[in-house]
Design a binder for this molecule. Structure first.
Ligand code: NAP
Length: 248
């Protein structure tokens, strides 16, 4: 059964990793997909073709999620091209890990802009067409690190904790218009972002994860599919931890 037939989804940062897996999962379930990336032109082109092979409409947009004006342009171009936005996944994100005494103001600002301001930027745009349609699902990628913190990741943790506060506020602000807003807090997922952890000895991390392994991007995409579809029609303002049990 296809869960997103005729839905329009906008996903940020889908040229790689979790965003790519979400785009593929959504297309597999019949959604037309607009997605963004920052610099991976070839990967974005290849993904466009991969998604179109599912018989859906797919279009890549090179757009910096941290740039407010670019997000405004993006949302209006997507509405023009696709007609509406039913689902928005704020996935684009970066990490600049460092102990606080070494963390530069530039590193702090880069993370806040790409991870947190980006969520404000695009959500502010997409709720307009969603309010008009009196329907919508917004899904924000937080992190287990935003829930419980992590030494050496203060900027990343703060940005991801900020996303949780934003998500809960949005759910309360736009719920009366039938717009739902939820967050996913993944644990360690096998993508470029966590590659360095594996090099540093994955076993030491597995000790802290009850399922004793890193997650796969597809396992996060399954949670996103649930939150995007009508299967979660009475779920809003929630943070779903998909972390192999790390937060228990
Ligand atoms: P990733 O493999 O590093 O991929 C990041 C994606 O975001 C790429 O498509 C990149 O585009 C795009 N991107 C980065 N900055 C952008 C910007 N300013 N504007 C537009 N696109 C931008 O990351 P990931 O591991 O899939 O993570 C995806 C999300 O999940 C992030 O928000 C991350 O914080 C969160 N998360 C990840 C993990 C994990 O263990 N991997 C755990 C918890 C939460 P380019 O290819 O063009 O650079």
């Amino acid at each position: 059964m296809k869960l997103l037939e005729n839905k329009i989804a906008l996903i940020t940062g889908a040229s790689r990793g979790i965003g790519e897996a979400i785009a593929v999962k959504f297309a597999e379930h019949g959604a037309n997909v607009a997605f963004t990336y920052l610099s991976s032109d070839e990967k974005a082109k290849a993904l466009e073709q991969k998604l179109a092979a599912f018989g859906v409409k797919a279009k890549a947009y090179k757009s910096d999620a941290g740039d407010y004006a670019a997000s405004e342009t993006l949302a209006s171009e997507v509405v023009k091209e696709f007609g509406k936005i039913d689902i928005c996944v704020n996935n684009a994100g970066i990490s600049r890990d460092n102990l606080l005494l070494r963390l530069t103001p530039e590193q702090w600002d880069d993370v806040m802009q790409a991870n947190l301001k980006s969520v404000y930027n695009l959500t502010r745009q997409v709720i307009k067409p969603m309010m008009k349609a009196r329907s919508g699902s917004i899904i924000n990628l937080s992190s287990v690190v935003g829930v419980r913190g992590n030494a050496g990741q203060s900027s990343y943790a703060a940005s991801k904790a900020g996303i949780i506060g934003f998500t809960k506020s949005m759910a309360q602000e736009v719920g009366s218009r039938n717009i739902r807003c939820n967050a996913i807090a993944p644990g360690f997922i096998e993508t470029d972002m966590t590659h360095y952890l594996k090099d540093g000895g994955a076993e030491q991390w597995f000790e802290k994860i009850p399922l004793h392994r890193f997650g796969k991007p597809e396992e996060i995409a399954n949670v996103a599919l649930f939150l995007a579809s009508d299967m979660s029609s009475y779920v809003s303002g929630q943070v779903i931890n998909a972390c192999g049990g790390m937060t228990t």
